[in-house]
Write a protein that binds this ligand. Structure first.
Ligand code: HEM
Ligand code: HEM
Length: 195
């Protein structure tokens, strides 16, 4: 029997137990991309002025803009594709605050997937550094150059990025708690494989 046949059969009997391949691909691609952007942002700001630092700033901006585009595609896709509901056994074992935290963390992460790169872009434009994607495609400035505005926006890109980092830590911590303390198999919802 083909696997599509099996999953179609199971879907008829019970709701899907795991995220789709598209959702998993988006999750893991963006997880790696976001952690790279965070690591790069943190590393490059500590470097002394040099051509190397300038190069890394450009890479950071190109990566950040790509993540913004990917997040937009992901969100549009996600609006039409509801994730599988939490299994009743897991959901019932969660106190109300944990169910709330589960949804609040994911919503706040989605919000920051947009806020962080848009603030970076706005800062870059205000500081008078237009973005030329991959050194080829000039992107529009959506705020005009202004030293005061740049100084005002600058801390918010960093602060929002650190807020995202904290949420990721909570999110991964929760995933590990489900895996190793509760042992309820929640992580398999986001991992390819059988079972
Ligand atoms: C940069 C790192 C990460 C980010 C930004 C991130 C973000 C997200 C988001 C936004 C969702 C919700 C997906 C949706 O419903 O559309 C999600 C779900 C999930 N993530 Fe992550 N994630 C990250 C890393 C990880 C890691 C390292 C793990 C495992 C240890 C993990 C495990 C999961 C699981 C199991 C779910 C599904 C939760 C459920 O069943 O409702 N994530 N993640
Ligand atoms: C999701 C995407 C992004 C993440 C996670 C991210 C993360 C970070 C982090 C962690 C820092 C270091 C902040 C600090 O230590 O104060 C940083 C700095 C910076 N980012 Fe991003 N960033 C993203 C997208 C962008 C984009 C799209 C741009 C511009 C087009 C950008 C421009 C900058 C600049 C210019 C700095 C240096 C700011 C300074 O000198 O303090 N970032 N970013």
């Amino acid at each position: 029997m083909s696997s599509t046949h099996v999953s179609a059969h199971m879907a008829a009997a019970s709701p899907a137990r795991r995220y789709t391949g598209t959702a998993m691909a988006a999750h893991w691609l963006l997880a790696i991309g976001l952690l790279s952007a965070i690591g790069l942002g943190w590393y490059m700001t500590g470097l002394p002025f040099s051509p190397a630092r300038l190069k890394l700033y450009n890479w950071h901006k190109w990566l950040g803009v790509s993540l913004l585009a990917l997040s937009l595609l992901r969100l549009l896709w996600r609006l039409g594709h509801k994730p599988p509901p939490l299994p009743a056994k897991i959901s019932e074992a969660m106190p109300a605050w944990q169910r709330l935290a589960h949804h609040a963390t994911q919503h706040a992460m989605y919000l920051l997937f947009f806020a962080v790169p848009l603030l970076g872009w706005a800062y870059s434009s205000a500081a008078g550094f237009p973005i030329v994607f991959l050194g080829q495609i000039p992107l529009p400035d959506f705020v005009s150059p202004s030293a005061e505005l740049a100084e005002a926006i600058k801390p918010w890109h960093g602060a929002s990025a650190w807020a995202l980092t904290a949420l990721i830590a909570v999110h991964v911590g929760a995933a590990l708690k489900h895996q190793f303390l509760d042992r309820d198999g929640l992580i398999s919802r986001m991992l390819p494989g059988r079972g």
